[in-house]
Design a protein around this ligand. Sequence first.
Ligand SMILES: Cc1cc2nc3c(=O)[nH]c(=O)nc-3n(C[C@H](O)[C@H](O)[C@H](O)COP(=O)(O)OP(=O)(O)OC[C@H]3O[C@@H](n4cnc5c(N)ncnc54)[C@H](O)[C@@H]3O)c2cc1C
Length: 337
Amino acid sequence: MRPEGPYRPRARRGTLCRVRVIVVGAGVVGLSAAVRLAEHRYDVAVLARDLPAETTSAVAAALWYPYRASPRDAVTRWSAATFTELTRLAEQSPACGVSSRWGTELVRGQVTTPWWRDAVPRLDRLRDVPAGYDGGWRLPVPVADMSVYLPWLVARLEALGGTLTRAWLPALPTPGRDLTVVNATGLASRALTGDPTLSPVRGQVVLVEQVGVEEWLLEHSDEAALTYVVPRQEVVVVGGTAVEGDYDPRPDPATGAAVLARATRLVPALAGARVVGHRVGLRPARPTVRLEAEQVGEGTVVHCYGHGGAGVTLSWGCADDVLAAVQHAGAAAPATR
Ligand SMILES: Cc1cc2nc3c(=O)[nH]c(=O)nc-3n(C[C@H](O)[C@H](O)[C@H](O)COP(=O)(O)OP(=O)(O)OC[C@H]3O[C@@H](n4cnc5c(N)ncnc54)[C@H](O)[C@@H]3O)c2cc1C
């Protein structure tokens, strides 16, 4: 009988080998899944056109917050799992670039309990509401500095025996009985899988020098004029924009100035802060995140894309489900002879 789990007998040599998984994509979704799989002793190779620092994930403000991702029940579950894991990493691995920070969400109009309430251990009602707002929430959440966190994920993967290789793939690799493929290509899945429901939501952020901002702030009552301020050790990420269907990767100086002006009205400490960079990223938006196994010939492709504005927020919860799908694919595959 074939053993369960990632170990399967290699027919000809008669020795045990680790089941191979190719993860396509080195953004936060692919790397988190790769680490989780390697922790469970899969033989993991990540292949990616863009290395981590060049991905959309590197542009993320990387505040834990379930923004522009569906369906709500799964997103709440994935977000909760990620909250727990990122909080654990912040406590146990200080070098990983994740920390827990208090912050405020401001709300205009009716102040209703957020649909993702069950994902967080603590959510306090805002007491001192600034003029122009009707209420808000205060809560501590994990925040990642992606310039530290993505390299840390790569180092963790490599320490577990996994690899990362730059490779542009014109199509997803063909899976087989001893090779499972994980598709974590973000927006590129539109072309790679022929999925017309996936589309970009362009976001632009301004990076300014740290000027003593310790808490994050978010306001998205008006989707067209979303505003957030997310502090890191060295810089503050100031956003943002959310333009549907826009593929332009170039930062627009006028947009950057407007973003900074809006944020400075809410966080006056930003006034006069030196701008150190402008960044644009294309959020991979989809009516719902696609996380499912597809049988291809004798093997399985596990798709994991379409995380919209919440790839960081969903990363570990999705990684757990990718692991379960890969384990299920292995258990269902015919025995190697
Ligand atoms: C301005 C902005 C702010 C954001 N803020 C937050 C936030 O605060 N919190 C949060 O949770 N989320 C945030 N997001 C959203 C988050 O960045 C995305 O959801 C996330 O990056 C998606 O990750 P991904 O790994 O799926 O895709 P990507 O990061 O885009 O990675 C895709 C990978 O697939 C590879 N790939 C694609 N095609 C191929 C191919 N043919 N062959 C080989 N490799 C291929 C790419 O090279 C890349 O390595 C923000 C996004 C933007 C733009």
